[in-house]
Design a protein around this ligand. Sequence first.
Ligand code: ZN
Length: 276
Amino acid sequence: MRVANLNGRASLITTDNLAIDIAQASGGTLPHDPMQIFERWTQVRSLAATARGGVPFASAELDAPSPAPRQIFGIGLNYREHAVETGAPIPDTPLTFTKFASAVNKPFGDIIIDVPTADWEIELVVVIGAGGRNIPESAAWAAVAGLCVGQDISDRVLQRATQPPQFSLGKSRAGYAPFGPWLVDAASVTNRNALPLMCTLNDEVVQQSNSSDLIFTIPQLIAYLSSIVALYPGDVVFTGTPSGVGGARTPPMFLAPGDVLVSTIDGVGSITNRCV
Ligand code: ZN
């Protein structure tokens, strides 16, 4: 099952890439608001099993699948090779920061580049279903609504402007959190612990890895976070980026207006963001 935010309305995406409006198809039993379906995920699954039809749509009509999350978590240094390329030790606790919600961007949205040190980070993004506190690892996948593709865009200078560094503002400029193009139901992704990720910049591969290389797995992250804070329906977790970011290159490379970033996770989807 795939669920998208199409022009502000929760929609099923069929295998033929047609959109079915969830509120209409459910006869009004389910809400149209994409933020209100996460608590009703089981009913959305039932609807998806029986809904037929659908209408074509353009990728520009897709908005972030959780457009107004109460919390967005980012996990730093969660791939070994990325920790190594930044010169940081392998963490023994998830390095957690937030991307503030005003940074949320559409999966095919433009990113405004008005600083010289904006960098890319393809990430597997998790959106929480019912949520809760103290979710054990064994129940963590059941707490996930779906998976999608994200870019944790980062202003490297702002990210490290203070000592000790506080990442959150440097990762929260306008448009720095595109994700989508839709949610793939976590229950229907057979290889959800081993998903190939690839990011291209102007058609050149800059990042290529597999989510099986995550240091802290998705169940471990959900158990860890929910042992401290409550996870709310629609909360978003950027699970970390593999190696190949621009700032760690010699010489460093950063995003500039005109660049095109394509971020793809096999079996999940692909997003495209133009730098302007
Ligand atoms: Zn990141």
